[in-house]
Design a binder for this molecule. Structure first.
Ligand code: SF4
Length: 368
């Protein structure tokens, strides 16, 4: 199933469920502002199963990502994976790189039907990764977990955050992604929310260069590349393709060929059951405890508005690429409190556009 063969007005391509906020790490960029203890009001096992039943109502093979916090802080995660798998869902997970990610636990998840495991690598060495993750030993534990996943036959995804602290290490991280045999490299361009608000994003011009580099990496990499909160990668890829006639980004192994954005192919259920367009856009459409997940996704004013490219404001609204890109609605929200405003990380200005430019440009470092 491909993102461009599903109707994202009807169903998300990716449904993320933040099963818990609890995590033993305190990473610098953490959106969830995770803490060691589980929240007393997080969805119970029974509520989680009801949520998975709702997710199955979107249609065959709905992709569900169990995230956190650290999903393995919950003891019922293998049970939830098995339950979702039996419902026909494609269950995947993003555990934290801690010593709880043992070979036995990974094998149990694979046996329960897990389809893919994603781990985060934000530095190419133990020194840089552990500094970013604020935990000595996390790099080694993550590498070992990646190898356990391969041995268990689980396709592996590597997630990497791009910000000024990490951007210089991207070439070395790319080599690591290849060495580990990952099927997908998910490159997240920092949205400064949660603890990530203390990190510096790269400038729009620098992001442009990184995306062009990612296009060149994709042309001969043995893994797929997707960006998160940077849909203008698709605009850059189209421009690069026009320039070089090189092939576009390949499929990622689970079937994604085109991108998705907050509320439009993407939905996020928080640990207490609030439905957000993404984990980085803290506007709730409602609670899955009280309302139908399917109905909220399809019919809430918030989600419907985010799926209308003609509702976009500023230069995103005037952009000829708005139907294939649309900008990060989460970053627009973080910048202006309006999810329909322009994405301040994009350097592209449409021909003839003379309207307002993102206010944050005046403060951003150019050409770093
Ligand atoms: S201006 Fe907006 S819609 Fe156009 S490429 Fe940039 S982020 Fe995408």
């Amino acid at each position: 199933m491909y993102a461009d063969t599903i109707d994202t007005d009807e169903r998300p391509f990716v449904l993320i469920w933040e099963v818990t906020q609890a995590c033993d790490l305190a990473c610098k960029h953490c959106r969830a502002e995770a803490e060691p203890r589980r929240h007393p009001d997080e969805l119970t096992t029974a509520e989680g199963k009801a949520l998975l039943e709702e997710a199955a109502a979107f249609g065959d093979g709905q992709l569900v990502v169990l995230s956190g916090g650290d999903p393995l802080a919950r003891g019922d995660v293998p049970e939830l994976v098995e339950y979702g798998t039996d419902l026909g869902l494609r269950m995947t997970m993003t555990p934290s790189g801690t010593n709880s990610l043992t070979a036995d636990r990974i094998q149990a998840l694979a046996d329960a039907g897990l389809r893919r495991m994603a781990v985060s690598i934000d530095g190419a060495s133990a020194v840089s990764h552990d500094e970013f993750r604020q935990e000595t030993g996390s790099f080694q534990q993550t590498i070992e977990a990646a190898r356990h996943a391969k041995r268990a036959g689980l396709p592996l995804q590597i997630n990497t955050t791009v910000c000024r602290d990490t951007v210089e290490e991207l070439p070395a991280i790319r080599d690591l992604v290849a060495d580990l045999g990952a099927v997908l490299w998910s490159v997240f361009f920092l949205v400064p929310v949660g603890r990530g608000a203390v990190l510096d994003p790269i400038s729009p011009e620098h992001a442009e260069r990184v995306m062009a580099w990612l296009c060149s990496v994709q042309s001969d990499a043995p893994f797929g590349i997707k960006t998160t909160e940077a849909p203008h990668y698709r605009r850059v890829a189209l421009q690069e393709q026009t320039d070089s006639e090189s092939p576009g980004p390949a499929s990622d192994g689970i079937g994604r060929r085109t991108g998705i954005t907050a509320g439009d192919g993407f939905a996020f259920v928080s640990h207490t059951g609030e439905l957000f367009p993404s984990g980085f856009l803290p506007e709730s459409a409602g609670s899955v405890r009280q309302e139908s997940l399917v109905d909220l996704y399809r019919n809430s004013a918030l989600f419907e508005g985010l799926r209308d490219p003609d509702a976009l404001q500023g230069k995103c609204g005037a952009c000829p690429y708005r139907n294939v890109c649309g900008g990060s609605r989460s970053r627009a929200y973080a910048n202006t409190n309006d999810p329909l405003e322009s994405d301040p990380l994009c350097a592209f200005v449409p021909d003839g556009y003379d309207g307002p430019l993102p206010a944050s440009w005046e403060n951003s470092a150019v050409g770093d």
